[in-house]
Design a protein around this ligand. Structure first.
Ligand code: SAM
Length: 222
């Protein structure tokens, strides 16, 4: 079988400098968004215990926020960038959460996890970079537990926080292009609906509101 070698398809934007830049903005302009997104993820999915995967964790801030909001959750902070994971490990250590949050390296398209391993899969600002969304979501459905849910997408948690981030980012990096300034629109939503049809996944919700654009999937299995 001619399988794609996902380790060779990495985005050069996610090098050491890219990982450091993400860490800087996660600790400044983006700082208030992570606790709100973690809370939204838990409230929308109703999942607050078991195992959580933060896909494309970058500096690990959403993984840390989920761990703080859900003390009974064991969190895996996952990314294909070793530079990002090194930073995430230091942030997890500084948060005193080493026993609750661990890191793992790999690509969303070829995840090193067992079938049904995770009860909650969260991800913020990563899926816009995935090379093959259908393949990635097939992998995500595979590692989701039978009662598990996802909260995957992008955004800033609320309209106020989005305005705050846009204002702060204009000071830090005037060239910053925010995908969240644009609405995904009906075409974007239809694209996901068609993809989930092809994946035989009928149990999902697409949220496109002030909190951002989020995909809440349930596993195909029961
Ligand atoms: C814009 S950053 C967002 C980081 C973090 N989720 C946050 O909101 O602070 C995107 C992250 O996704 C990771 N990423 C992109 N494509 C990936 C893939 N195919 N597999 C695993 N991680 C990926 C990048 O390395 C980067 O750390």
């Amino acid at each position: 079988m001619n399988e794609t070698n996902w380790t060779k398809t990495r985005n050069p934007a996610f090098d050491k400098d890219g990982a450091r830049h993400m860490d800087r903005i996660a600790k400044t302009a983006f700082k208030p968004i992570y606790p709100v997104i973690a809370r939204n993820a838990i409230d929308v999915t109703g999942v607050s215990r078991g195992r959580c995967l933060d896909m494309g964790t970058g500096p690990g801030m959403l993984a840390i926020a989920v761990a703080k909001a859900a003390p009974e959750m064991a969190v895996t902070a996952f990314d294909f960038s070793d530079d990002a994971l090194e930073i995430a490990r230091e942030n997890i250590r500084q948060a005193g959460l080493e026993s609750q949050v661990t890191t793992a390296a790999g690509d969303v398209h070829a995840m090193p996890f067992e079938t049904g391993e995770f009860d909650l899969i969260v991800s913020r600002g990563s899926m816009f970079f995935w090379k093959d969304l259908k393949h990635a979501f097939a992998q995500i459905l595979k590692v989701l537990s039978p009662c598990g849910k996802t909260y995957i997408g992008g955004g800033f948690g609320s309209l106020e926080l989005k305005a705050h981030v846009i204002e702060e980012m204009a000071k830090i990096d005037p060239s910053w292009d925010c995908y969240a300034k644009k609405k995904s629109g009906d075409d974007g939503i239809r694209r996901f609906e068609n993809m989930f049809d092809e994946l035989n996944c009928s149990n999902y919700q697409i949220i496109d509101d002030d909190t951002g654009f989020w995909i809440v999937l349930s596993a195909n299995r029961v």
